[in-house]
Design a protein around this ligand. Structure first.
Ligand code: GLA
Length: 388
């Protein structure tokens, strides 16, 4: 991988006597706790072995050069002009990070050549964007910041880049997971306090299958921001009964006592999802610790059903993958993962039926939607790092 990327780098930028530095940041899959992070709730993601490689070389010019093996668009931007957004291009993710780093006193001080190379499907809900952001932040911190920022700080900075520069009001989950991930562990994160616990993922005899709908996600960002504002409306209405700072502070029973203050039925459903999902996430982590994988699977199913009925972020493609998966004996649970509106599902399945799963679900999905799904076995890996 590294040698191939190096060869490609030299093909793109030519040779020089400067060393090429290599970095990697993973993608993530969220096991449970969906659309809870920006509500101050719990999430339970893990980093995966797929991700974004970045090759970097310092130059004597005053520009930053951007190339990716995944997108045609390339750019060369002078260090002075680095603060402007460039249309809807992929480089806005690294540009956002470069700007946030500059704001906190870690600017890129010299010209650099950058080659990004990702093997996570883009826009599939596996955090390809957080992966690009984090690998950028990590390299700047490493080369120009003397590794001053901690992994937690890098995660927060990348979230700021996405919120402020790209314009998606995402929560902290993705950036945190790809920064802090650990092989064979999932991260139980309290998004209100950023307190977290690395929980061993003992999947003995089971596999996590990621199924990609391969549906083009249109308007996903704007619908995401819409959900976020619906949750804010719920907090406002509930605060007439008792002042709360976010939905994450409510237990289900408390919410049920107060929900009369929300007159809008849709807003009420959104809040119900968040509050119940938070509890499911806590329960799922307990179940995993007790090696009760059937309960874990049931909670995954309930999570999807709530995302479908109450949060309304699934759609035909995700629902079909989940329904077809659940028909197979040996599937303990199946749900959408990430923001929704397309993207991927994650299923917990017995090892011996993996092949059957891929064949049967793939065929039924094609039949119903006309689309080909892709399947990956999730390998749980480490967070962002320098490759040496
Ligand atoms: C996206 C966002 C995350 C989170 C999920 C939904 O992945 O980037 O912050 O809100 O959607 O759980």
């Amino acid at each position: 991988m590294r040698e191939k990327l190096k060869t490609k780098f030299i093909e793109v930028y030519g040779s020089s006597d400067q060393p090429i530095h290599m970095y990697f940041s993973p993608g993530r899959v969220n096991l449970i706790g969906e659309h809870t992070d920006y509500n101050g709730g719990f999430v339970f993601p893990c980093a995966i072995s797929y991700g974004t490689y970045l090759a970097v070389r310092l130059t004597n010019s005053e520009t930053v050069k951007f190339t990716s093996t995944n997108f045609d668009f390339t750019a060369e931007i002078s260090l002075e002009k680095i603060s402007e957004k460039v249309g809807n291009e992929w480089i806005n993710y690294p540009l956002g990070v470069i700007n946030e780093m500059k704001k906190i006193g870690i600017p890129i001080k010299k010209g650099v050549e950058l080659l990004f190379d990702g093997n996570i499907p883009n826009g599939a809900g596996l955090s390809s964007s957080a992966s690009i952001e984090t690998v950028t932040a990590y390299f700047i911190n490493n080369i120009f910041g003397n590794n001053r920022l901690s992994r937690e700080e890098l995660a927060k900075l990348c979230q700021n880049a996405e919120n402020n520069f790209v314009g998606v009001n995402c929560g902290i989950m993705d950036q945190f997971a790809v920064s802090m991930g650990k092989t064979n562990h999932a991260i139980f994160l309290n998004c209100d306090t950023l307190g977290y616990e690395l929980v061993p993922l003992n999947l003995s005899g089971l596999k996590l299958i990621i199924s990609n709908t391969n549906k083009q996600r249109k308007l996903a960002d704007s619908k995401y921001n819409e959900r976020r504002s619906e949750c804010e409306q719920a907090v406002k209405a509930l605060s007439h009964v008792k002042k709360i700072r976010n939905l994450g502070v409510l237990k289900l029973a408390q919410f049920q006592e107060m929900e009369g203050s929300i007159s809008d039925k849709i807003i009420k459903k959104r809040a119900l999802h968040v509050v119940s999902e938070d509890q499911r996430c806590i329960d799922a982590v307990d179940a995993l610790k007790e090696a009760d994988m059937n309960t874990f699977g049931r909670l995954m199913n309930e999570s999807h059903d709530s995302l479908k009925e109450n949060y309304e972020v699934t759609g035909l493609e995700l629902d079909t993958l989940v329904e077809e998966a659940r028909k197979i004996k040996g599937v303990l649970g199946s749900r959408m993962t990430g923001a929704g509106f397309g993207g991927c599902t994650v299923s917990l399945v017995k090892e011996e039926i993996v092949e059957e799963f891929i064949n049967v679900v793939g065929a039924a999905y094609k039949n119903k939607t006309g689309l080909n799904a892709d399947f990956y076995i999730a390998d749980v890996g480490n967070g962002v790092r320098k490759l040496s």
